[in-house]
Design a protein around this ligand. Structure first.
Ligand code: KIV
Length: 262
């Protein structure tokens, strides 16, 4: 598949939905590259790979390490790197960290959580040559401050705020926007109110593409499966079964047999 550019991504607005999936390493990135338009090195890696209860302790060094692995596995795929919690507290910090992403990895863009309150930051980054993906709605980095993962868009006031957030992020120069955990009809209205592609996660089908956390959609992450996740594979079951079979074979000396020796 030909690597998308910001221009070709934007042309998909209102057209064939964009396929985005998270990736954290070269091994899976290589496999996902066949079908995904965009790979997101999400700070969700801090949970599924890091074993932490939330994304908040992810660091710039980790994001850079994982982004390089993903880019090596999928050199022909558009890659977005999540800016972790605390890495964009003000314009100077945000730009210094976004520049690290561009200087130390081949990533194509960075993602920042937040709405109108982050428009100034987005403007500062885009004005300095950084391609930015916005992220509105349910914000995983606000997990502790908000006391949990809260679905957004439940009232008309909230819906109007989300539309304002999306417009502010678009006006600030973001080329694409992720909308997470928002009532489907409201996410559709958000997508209709901006001219950049809006990628949904737990936000229904009226947007311009979908993103899922790969360890959720492939059934590897067992602690919790969000309602909006469709599991396309029983990854945990398949892995456990295979490793149990290997353990049985080792213990019974069925492995290695003559086929697997020098
Ligand atoms: O970190 C992540 O994987 C994300 C997705 C939930 C969009 O930001």
């Amino acid at each position: 598949m030909k690597k998308l550019t910001i221009g070709s991504i934007q042309k998909r607005k209102g057209d064939t939905p964009l396929v985005m999936i998270t990736a954290y390493d070269a091994l899976f990135a290589r496999l996902f590259a066949q079908s995904a338009d965009i790979l997101l090195v999400g700070d969700s890696l801090n949970m599924s790979f890091g074993g932490n209860p939330d994304t908040l302790s992810a660091t710039m060094d980790q994001m850079i390490y994982h982004t390089n692995a993903v880019c090596k596995g999928a050199p022909g795929t558009f890659v977005i790197t999540d800016m972790p919690f605390g890495s964009y507290t003000d314009e100077t910090t945000a730009l210094a960290n976004a520049i690290r992403v561009y200087r130390e990895t081949p990533a194509d863009a960075v993602k920042i959580e937040g709405g109108a309150d982050k428009a100034g930051l987005v403007r500062h980054l885009t004005a300095n040559g950084i391609a930015v993906c916005g992220h509105i709605g349910l914000l995983p980095q606000a997990f502790r401050a908000e006391g949990g993962y809260k679905v957004k868009g439940k009232t008309e006031e909230d819906a109007l705020r989300l539309i304002e957030d999306a417009r502010a992020i678009e006006t600030a120069g973001a080329f694409i926007l992720v909308i997470e955990g928002v009532k489907a009809d409201v996410a559709t209205r958000v997508a209709q109110n901006v001219s950049i592609p809006v990628i949904g996660i737990g936000a229904g089908n009226g947007v311009d593409g979908q993103v899922l956390v790969f360890s959720d959609m492939l059934g590897f992450y067992e602690p919790f499966v969000p309602k909006f996740v469709k599991q396309y594979l029983n990854g945990a079951g398949a892995v456990k079964e295979a490793v149990a079979q290997y353990a049985d074979d080792v213990k019974s000396r069925a492995f290695p047999d003559d086929n697997y020796v020098y």
